[in-house]
Ligand binder design. Structure first.
Ligand code: NAP
Length: 407
């Protein structure tokens, strides 16, 4: 409970007290007030006010889902301090100012109506002004990553895709990078790019992270460095019916996707805890949210990464380490080709740049994140759909994406 208390205290400290109060009102309206109004209040007693216009009965009921969506968005927006809250939170509050004023003037009437309107509108006018002035708060911490997580960034799987984009984003922020993968020439080209473009230092570590000694070798190769971030990104997929898959390749995948992040994080942990703030990122996948027939072992490895990271987040939060599990959906990288999958809608793939951007913008806010609204919607739906049904749905989708000889 101490860990929960300390996390909540830190979380609430991100906003001024009045904004926490507004956030808690949004939570109350989303969870209790509007659902109670919608589902339990008799139609004849229902009232909703928009811009001061009072709707009753079925008209009031019909607009409640919109009210609910606004409060739910407010809850999410305040909780995560999302940038789109400016100006929209202030715009909504301004609507309330108009509404309260119009309500007073027209529903009370006369001079006392005007006075009532002014009195009712005043607190909302103050709130509108405060939300308008809070733009900087919604634009995220002004602290640069290099200041927040001083030291070197260790990036596994940096020779391609998401890992290479992490390296570019962090070098752009001024962090020195250790680049790890098997393909030396790719790492060397990236190192040269980072050094020339961003004047940072780099170190290349060529390692097969699926080998049992890899974590030890990497830890030795960075033992002289101060580490600010560890990004466990290297991973592979493998599409196919389980019985047709090559057992050695499956074992390699489990070692790379599961054992390597565990072993590397464990070996580097003494350098990460109880310093300034440091970060451990684990790249999991939307595939880890539900069973994925025809990629069953891969999805299980990503489920492992998710639970491993979320558990670690609680253990390490009070030791100064921000753990983040990143769950992208399909991303345009070499992953699809390497795993033997063939996606039906490649144009829906997110870019590796966007995945990394979301990850770094939300680092420190939550134990696990999804990287787009589409991925978030699928992850949320999969939480509520019965698992048996979800397994069949994802199975029929994955079967189509698996080469015929591997089905
Ligand atoms: N792309 C997607 O659709 C997607 C979706 C969700 C999650 N993810 C996850 O995102 C992560 C990065 O994937 P990506 O999309 O960027 O794929 P990618 O473009 O294929 O890159 C994979 C990286 O992992 C490295 N790697 C592979 N096997 C390795 C080994 N045995 N030892 C050391 N490094 C190894 C590769 O480098 P070398 O070959 O040079 O060793 C490469 O740098 C993975 O964990 C993946 O599961 C990807």
């Amino acid at each position: 409970m101490d860990r929960l208390r300390s996390w909540l205290r830190d979380h609430l400290a991100r906003r001024p007290g009045w904004m926490n109060a507004v956030m808690f009102f949004c939570i109350f309206a989303t969870v209790i007030y509007v659902p109670w109004d919608f589902f339990l209040k008799p139609v004849a007693d229902d009232h909703e006010a928009w811009f001061g216009v009072l709707l009753t009965g079925y008209w009031a009921k019909a607009t409640e889902p919109l009210h609910w969506a606004i409060y739910a968005a407010g809850w999410y927006g305040f909780w995560r301090m999302r940038s789109w809250m400016w100006p929209w939170a202030a715009v909504y509050a301004a609507q309330l100012v108009i509404g309260m004023f119009v309500w007073g003037v027209f529903y009370v009437g006369g001079v006392s109506g005007f006075v009532t309107g002014m009195i009712c509108a005043a607190p909302f006018a103050l709130m509108t002004r405060a939300l308008w002035d809070a733009r900087a708060l919604f634009e995220g911490p002004a602290i640069a990553l290099a200041e927040r997580y001083p030291g070197w960034a260790i990036i596994t799987g940096a020779s391609a895709g998401i890992g290479a984009e992490y390296a570019r984003a962090l070098a752009r922020e001024g962090l020195n990078c250790v680049l790890i993968a098997r393909r030396r020439e790719r790492l060397a080209a990236l190192a040269e790019e980072l050094e020339q473009s961003w004047k940072v230092e780099t170190r290349i570590v060529v390692a097969d992270l699926a080998s049992p000694s890899a974590a030890q070798e990497v830890a030795a190769a960075v033992s002289d460095l101060d580490i600010g971030m560890l990004i466990n990104n290297a991973g592979v997929g493998y599409a196919g019916a389980f019985e047709k898959q090559d057992c050695d390749r499956l074992e390699q995948m489990v070692r790379l996707n599961c054992v390597a992040p565990v072993a590397l994080t464990h070996r580097l942990l003494p350098k990460l805890v109880d310093r300034n703030r440091t970060a451990v990122i684990i790249v999991a996948s939307l595939a880890g949210r539900q069973p994925l027939p025809f990629m069953a072992v891969y999805s299980a490895t990503k489920s492992f990464d998710l639970l491993f990271g979320e558990g670690l987040w609680v253990e390490l939060y009070s030791r100064g380490v921000d753990v983040q599990v990143v769950q992208p959906g399909p991303v345009a990288t070499e992953f699809e080709e390497a795993s033997g999958e063939s996606r039906s809608d490649p144009e829906l793939d997110q870019s590796a740049y966007d995945v990394v951007k979301v990850s770094l913008e939300t680092l420190g806010l939550a134990p696990s994140i999804t990287t787009s609204w589409r991925v978030h919607a699928v992850a949320t739906i999969s939480r509520f759909v019965p698992r048996t049904l979800m397994a069949f749905i994802s199975g029929s989708m994955m079967e189509r994406q698996t080469p015929p000889d591997m089905r």
